[in-house]
Ligand binder design. Structure first.
Ligand SMILES: Nc1nc2c(c(=O)[nH]1)N[C@H]1C(S)=C(S)[C@@H](COP(=O)(O)O)O[C@H]1N2
Ligand SMILES: [Mo]
Length: 411
């Protein structure tokens, strides 16, 4: 009881800060000089660093709706992305300014035997808690690197994060409600709403097969804390292995459907060309499209940044992270010679198949030279990162080999 009251008050305070923070951001004059910023290496890549409520300064792409990117150095410092550094992406600007836990309910309805409404406390007390470490990655992560350029938010590589999620199994909630025989798809809705009537509400759906697993959660905790407001307080769907578009935030409505959902954010939005690469040639048109689903295998070098001057030596350390859709990482290869030779990195601690996996290796670099450093991950079913970036008109699924240019200085 007490903690619920405390939380409600805290959220009220924080949300008034959000509104204040947003309008303050609109007023350029609120800074004496220009704010700190990061420039991503593509056009229109200038990002002011601004602290939103519950967040440290993050790279602001848009303020309404909030779209904040995690500065890449964070991934070198943490295998689990801190909540205050976790990226933020909303489609609709009408996000509620408060969530009152006394009245908030998650409803399950549609093709079920019994409609249910649960408070946060009900979920915490009536169902087994489950935890999973999983990467939440926007379908358009790294989109800003697409060539030719594509429409949509010009993300660098920081529209992703890894967290320890805790909540209840969606399967357990569906079991409690009892599925009707014709139940086929599940549609998820959150508290956010469009500003204009002509904009469709953000609804996402998954098939029954996709959600009746052990690890699809309705999560109420992230890295041991309640979800930050901007990451979906009080509840969000966690769909390990799947792109973040399905991880519906401020989840308050689950509707069981007896057919496929054709609403806007499932069709035509968030679709990819229906072929093995999900790609087409620029200028071509995909003849057939399917909803985007699970993530492509990726790796990143995190301890050395693009264009760095690094000290040459016989043992230069290169380290980073890798992840895939949940088969787990089998191998990370590193090259220092434009991909002619590759050496296997040592994989670090395994936090679970859906988590970032740390890796590291050592290479010999001579002084006074330019090097192209690359990392390439392969998962346990043999899927590999793309040697050349593939293209589609939305900049989805990007998983080219990570490549950075460095120069060496004397040891
Ligand atoms: N309610 C709601 N949930 C949402 C969205 C949204 O606009 N509204 N955006 C989705 C998309 S596209 C992404 S990338 C992730 C971002 O999650 P984060 O803000 O916690 O990083 O939320 C997903 N869940
Ligand atoms: Mo996204």
């Amino acid at each position: 009881m007490h903690s619920t009251d405390g939380l409600t008050r805290r959220r009220l305070l924080q949300t008034s800060l959000i509104v204040g923070g947003l309008s303050a951001f609109g007023l350029k004059s609120s800074w004496a000089s220009s704010p700190p910023s990061i420039d991503l290496p593509f056009s229109r890549g200038h990002r002011p660093l601004v602290a939103f409520p519950e967040k440290r300064p993050l790279m602001v792409m848009t303020t309404r709706p909030p779209q904040l990117e995690t500065p890449f150095s964070i991934f070198d410092e943490n295998i689990f992305t801190p909540n205050d550094a976790f990226f933020v992406r909303w489609h609709l600007a009408n996000i509620p300014s408060t969530v009152d836990l006394h009245t908030f309910r998650l409803t399950i309805r549609g093709r079920v035997k019994q409609t249910w409404s649960f408070s946060l406390k009900d979920l915490q007390e009536q169902f087994d808690p489950v935890e999973v470490a999983a990467v939440c990655q926007c379908a358009g992560n790294s989109r800003g690197f697409s060539e030719p350029r594509v429409a949509g938010g010009q993300w660098g590589h920081g529209a992703m994060g890894n967290a320890q999620w805790k909540g209840v199994r969606l399967r357990d909630l569906l079991e409690k409600a009892g599925l009707e025989k014709d139940a086929k798809h599940i549609r998820f809705d959150g508290l956010d709403r469009p500003v204009a009537d002509s904009t469709p509400d953000f609804l996402k759906s998954l098939s029954l097969d996709d959600v009746l697993t052990d690890h699809v959660l309705v999560a109420y905790e992230m890295n041991g804390e309640p979800l930050p407001f901007l990451n979906g307080f009080p509840l969000r769907l966690v769909v390990p292995g799947w792109y973040a578009t399905y991880w519906v935030k401020m989840l308050n409505d689950i509707e069981v459907l007896n057919q496929e959902d054709r609403s806007f954010w499932m069709d035509p939005a968030y679709r990819i060309p229906n072929n093995s690469c999900g790609c087409i040639k620029p200028g071509e048109k995909a003849s057939n499209k399917v909803p985007i689903s699970t993530m492509r295998v990726r790796s990143f070098i995190t301890n050395i940044v693009e264009s760095a001057n690094i000290r040459a030596g016989a043992k230069v350390r290169i380290s980073g992270i890798a992840f895939d859709q949940g088969y787990g990482i089998d191998l990370v290869l590193v090259s220092i010679d434009d991909g002619q030779h590759w050496q296997a990195a040592r994989l670090g601690k395994d936090y679970g198949d859906f988590s970032f996996r740390p890796w590291e290796t050592h290479v010999a670099l001579k002084p006074g030279r330019s090097y192209q450093l690359q990392s390439l991950a392969i998962n346990r079913i043999g899927e590999s990162q793309q040697r050349e970036a593939k293209w589609n008109p939305n900049g989805y699924l990007r998983n080219a080999v990570d490549t950075i240019q460095v120069r060496t200085v004397s040891e």
